[in-house]
Design a protein around this ligand. Structure first.
Ligand code: FAD
Length: 336
């Protein structure tokens, strides 16, 4: 059988399908329509059948559910075995997964097992209609160029997709599709080398930067750990997540999970407020797809203003307290 169709590898966390799955379905639907083929989606976990209909409503023609207590937590080799088995059976021509920690860990294993290529962290996907090839576009060389990669020979063509780089389709309650609950072959998945011991939540982070719709991020312009509190104060007022540049993380003002940029997290929030950040290419690579960027910097020539929608040229130690005060006053006024 020839390879045909698009398969999305869905993600679940804590027994709930993660919204990145719906973003992938929107991407997958557009590709499947261009190719004139079906879109399927697989979720692996335990007690997830209830989500199958929503996966169909969000664009899939077929929802595969591989359900087993052993799949409750993400274990790379166990998940790899289950995904490889499905791909070998369903033979999709395109496989998409999220460029999350899970996807970035799982998909290289899957690609190696299937002896095919994998383009990590794509921001753009399209179909070369003449050749029926997946066009996999991602920033390269520190974000200076956009590279488009093809997989002409090996199948399936596989890519991980940057979270928040596509909007999910609205759920259509009228959409019909097939739900296939698949058995999990324990013997194929046995791996003595991996075992879930305990799940420890990141207690330092109230809102994760990758899930946040609003991020307030600070750079070395905050001068000290104490100065960086201004970023945290503004984030609290806005109900936002706190982001940071690598220099700030290296200085120990905040943990690595908050770092945004080339060697940190990629984010695409609705609003990104950059305070005392110069806007180096490595930082921009992680945040320039934000919907609206507001920058506060005393240097009018700072690179960050090149990508900002709104800029405030001024001393952040004056500007930020003023914004916080205005927000507090507006809230108090509303509460009256
Ligand atoms: C391979 C590689 C990977 C990297 N990965 C990352 C990454 O993932 N993320 C990342 O962020 N960096 C990364 N970097 C580091 C990057 O090159 C920069 O060093 C870093 O982004 C600069 O951080 P910054 O903007 O906080 O500091 P600076 O560049 O020092 O900027 C500080 C800014 O604060 C402004 N400022 C100072 N005082 C005030 C004030 N009182 N009021 C207002 N503004 C003020 C200044 O005008 C300046 O623009 C990487 C580098 C390499 C080589």
């Amino acid at each position: 059988m020839d390879y045909e169709g698009v398969l999305v590898i869905g993600e679940q966390r804590g027994g709930r399908v993660h919204s990145v799955t719906f973003e992938l379905l929107a991407r997958g639907r557009a590709l499947a329509d261009k190719l004139g083929v079906k879109l399927s989606c697989v979720i692996l976990g335990h007690g997830l059948q209830q989500y199958a209909q929503e996966i169909v409503q969000r664009g899939a023609d077929t929802a595969y559910v591989i359900d087993d207590p052993a799949l409750e937590w993400f274990l790379p080799r166990t998940y790899c075995n289950a995904v490889v088995e499905l791909i070998e059976e369903a033979k999709p021509e395109v496989v998409l997964a999220a460029a999350t920690t899970t996807g970035r860990t799982l998909m290289p294993l899957v690609a190696a097992r299937l002896m095919t290529g994998l383009t990590a962290d794509c921001t753009g996907l399209d179909i070369d209609e003449k050749e029926r090839l997946l066009l996999q576009t991602r920033p390269a060389i520190g974000g200076n160029v956009m590279a488009t990669i093809k997989t002409p020979v090996a199948r399936p063509q596989m890519a991980t997709v940057r979270p928040k780089s596509a909007r999910p389709l609205p759920a259509d309650p009228g959409r019909r599709g097939e739900v296939v609950v698949k058995a999990y072959k324990r013997e194929a998945a046995s791996s003595a080398s991996e075992k879930m011991l305990e799940f420890v939540a990141d207690a330092t982070q109230e809102v994760s930067v990758q899930d946040a719709e609003v991020i307030v991020a600070g750079g070395k312009g905050l001068k000290t750990r104490d100065g960086f509190k201004l970023v945290e104060d503004l984030a609290r007022e806005l109900g936002a997540a706190v982001g940071a540049t690598r220099d700030v993380v290296d200085l120990g003002w905040i943990g690595y999970s908050h770092q945004i940029g080339l060697s940190g997290k990629t984010v695409s929030p609705k609003l990104y407020v950059a305070i005392g950040i110069s806007g180096t290419i490595q930082h921009l690579a992680g945040m320039q797809t934000a919907e609206t960027i507001v920058a506060i910097n005393r240097d009018k020539d700072a690179q960050i203003f090149k990508v900002a929608d709104f800029g405030i040229v001024g001393d952040l130690f004056q500007v930020v307290p003023e914004i916080i005060e205005k927000l507090q006053r507006a809230k108090a006024h509303k509460a009256l």
